[in-house]
Design a protein around this ligand. Structure first.
Ligand code: AMP
Ligand code: MN
Ligand code: MN
Ligand code: MN
Length: 279
């Protein structure tokens, strides 16, 4: 069984259309897939149609941008009703500031002597509602300002770097509340990627659980066995279930893994998919 519960399409900052994402996952033997675009569920209809044609199980998903204690974290929602009004309202609110933030970051790049970032990166945006740092990073790579995306984030766009604009995303409690009200399960995305102290991590997991959160990603992208064992133990300690996802964005990308190629979770994990509603 191959399961992938975190990936992106052109509806946010991925390079493949929702249908192409589903086809590639299917080619890789994936049997249970969730498409989790950032702050947007607009790809689910096309993904569902393609999955139905291929006889593959697709779960509704989304990856919501959250501000928790002045930090940016991501919460994945799984297996919710994508027509739920409260959830759609929250997503619309989260998206609202993106265009201005994108313009402000491009202005900061211009200040650093990179003049044409707004025009150049806008041309890479595939959903006008969802301009993101990924598009700015891709522009910087394509135009030789940096060698790769990791360098773009390290030098310019990462949290606290000179061209990153701080943004107020969704509230953690409201996010978990909206996902849950829509019948879904809230999952902390890629906990290994946040630069959190042991204490901050404990606070996050405790608060997340108390607010109705269900699981954490024990595997994300190219996690090591050490990461997976570590987060499997943390999940057990905080009474949270486990999820896994490639965080796929594009073929050949550095950060995310490939679609439908997640390793098995450590045996102590309680897999979140055992809680999915029957197909
Ligand atoms: P935004 O939603 O505009 O803040 O953009 C965040 C996106 O940037 C994430 O979803 C990733 O796809 C990408 N990203 C963040 N950090 C990195 C990094 N260090 N290397 C490559 N991509 C990154
Ligand atoms: Mn992304
Ligand atoms: Mn993320
Ligand atoms: Mn993601």
């Amino acid at each position: 069984m191959s399961i992938d519960l975190h990936c992106h399409s052109t509806i946010s900052d991925g390079a493949l259309s929702p249908g192409e994402v589903v086809r590639r996952a299917h080619e890789h033997g994936c049997t249970l897939l969730a498409l989790t675009d950032h702050d947007h569920t607009g790809g689910l209809v096309e993904a569902r149609q393609q999955a139905q044609q291929l006889g593959m199980r697709l779960i509704n998903g989304v990856e919501i941008s959250v501000t928790w204690r002045a930090r940016s974290i991501h919460v994945v929602g799984l297996d919710f009703d994508d027509r739920h009004e409260g959830l759609q309202q929250l997503l619309a609110q989260v998206r609202a500031g993106r265009i201005m933030r994108f313009q402000a970051m491009a202005a900061k790049l211009a200040h650093k002597g990179i003049a044409d970032a707004l025009v150049g990166a806008s041309a890479l945006v595939t959903n006008p509602d969802m301009p993101s740092r990924t598009h700015l990073a891709q522009f910087l790579v394509d135009n030789g300002h940096v060698r790769n995306k990791a360098e773009a984030f390290r030098k310019y766009l990462g949290e606290g770097k000179p061209c990153c604009v701080k943004h107020q995303w969704a509230d953690l409690g409201e996010t978990i509340g909206a996902i849950t009200a829509a019948g879904g399960l809230a999952v902390i995305a890629h906990p290994m990627r946040y630069d959190l102290s042991a204490t901050a991590k404990r606070n996050l997991f405790e608060e997340f659980k108390a607010l109705g959160g269900v699981a954490i990603e024990v595997h994300s992208g190219r996690s090591s066995l050490n990461d997976r064992l570590n987060y499997a133990l943390l999940a057990e300690r905080f009474d949270l279930m486990a999820s896994c996802g490639s965080d796929f964005h594009r073929v050949g990308d550095f950060g995310g893994g490939d679609l439908g190629r997640c390793p098995e979770l450590p045996p102590i994990c309680q897999p979140v998919w055992t809680r999915f509603q029957a197909a």
